[in-house]
Design a protein around this ligand. Sequence first.
Ligand SMILES: Cc1ncc(C[n+]2csc(CCOP(=O)(O)OP(=O)(O)O)c2C)c(N)n1
Ligand SMILES: [Mg+2]
Length: 356
Amino acid sequence: MAKRTVAPDSELVAGLTRRQLQEIYYYLALARAAEERLEILFRQGHVHGGLYRSLGQEGESVACAYALRPRTDGTGDLIAPLIRNTGAIFVMGGTPLEYFRQYLARGAGPSRGRETNIHFTDFARGIIGPVSPLGTMMEVLAGAMLACRMRGEDRVGMIWCGDGQTSTGAWHEGINFAAVQRCPVVVVIEANRWAFSTPTALQTRAKQFVDKAVGYGIAGERVDGNDVIATYEAARRAVDRARAGEGPTLLEAETYRLRGHAQHDAQDYVPADELEQAQARDPVELFRKRLLAAAWATSAELAAVHGRVAREVEQAAQQAVADPYPEAEEACAGIYTDVEIRPPWTRLEAPDPARA
Ligand SMILES: Cc1ncc(C[n+]2csc(CCOP(=O)(O)OP(=O)(O)O)c2C)c(N)n1
Ligand SMILES: [Mg+2]
């Protein structure tokens, strides 16, 4: 029998079409290529602040976000990404140009040069930028999703939290609040075995992070975060539960941080054999092999994806480098709000003690 190179739609997996499977691959390749290009820009002195790679974690970031409904008009699902979620930002509609401008602190960047890396917010595309103290975004997203529900909006929020972040008081308060209020939230724990130089064994006595779901009274799933299809399926179930009003899910994605915490960290605390083993589980490479083996894509199609990614990344990088920094006067604009607030003020009346 002749070797078949194109699988019909009926043979596809996890409810995904051929086009969607290849689109997932595009986002994986885009995240990796954008960060690789950024690393060069970093060495050339163009990047302001730190550079945090998601190398080895692109799979869980892209696969989870792909289970959401991205929109560009502020009506879609929301994400609270962290430093290892370049891929998720692209899935939600962030572009390589915005990404480079942001890292290069350019005036036309999403935060207009006021903040760096992924610290930017884009409400239209449902991206809530992080504040730096870890754990606090769990509270922010819980509150945002409670607000969405109170307004009757059909929206789901997804947050990525490192294993280290789960040890903070703010994270506990946030996830507990989300659980009690049944907020439509998916909490992805990126269990990448390290929090800077602190190994998981010094982070928690729990055997696995998913066990914590029981304590919060919410659904929990644990998945191989480097298996793109399995992660997408688990994220999809979690998103469906949230949309159906069943509250949060704690989704533990087992993965590995193939680089140091940031560019300045040579990760010399990591045992060499651990790194070697993890490299053999590169999520992008695993997914590429699976696409080809299952005939969900041909090598020509994947080569075309890489060609497109290389063009987009190079064009965006060059454009961002050529772009100007913000004007100095801009530093004073937009500090509080761009919305003009005029009287009469509306204020909730304090209860009358005489009537209590
Ligand atoms: C409350 C708090 N403590 C410390 C830091 C500094 N810090 C930033 S990222 C990081 C490591 C976080 O590790 P983890 O949550 O496992 O995420 P990963 O880097 O592995 O993705 C630390 C210690 C911080 N931002 N906030
Ligand atoms: Mg970690």
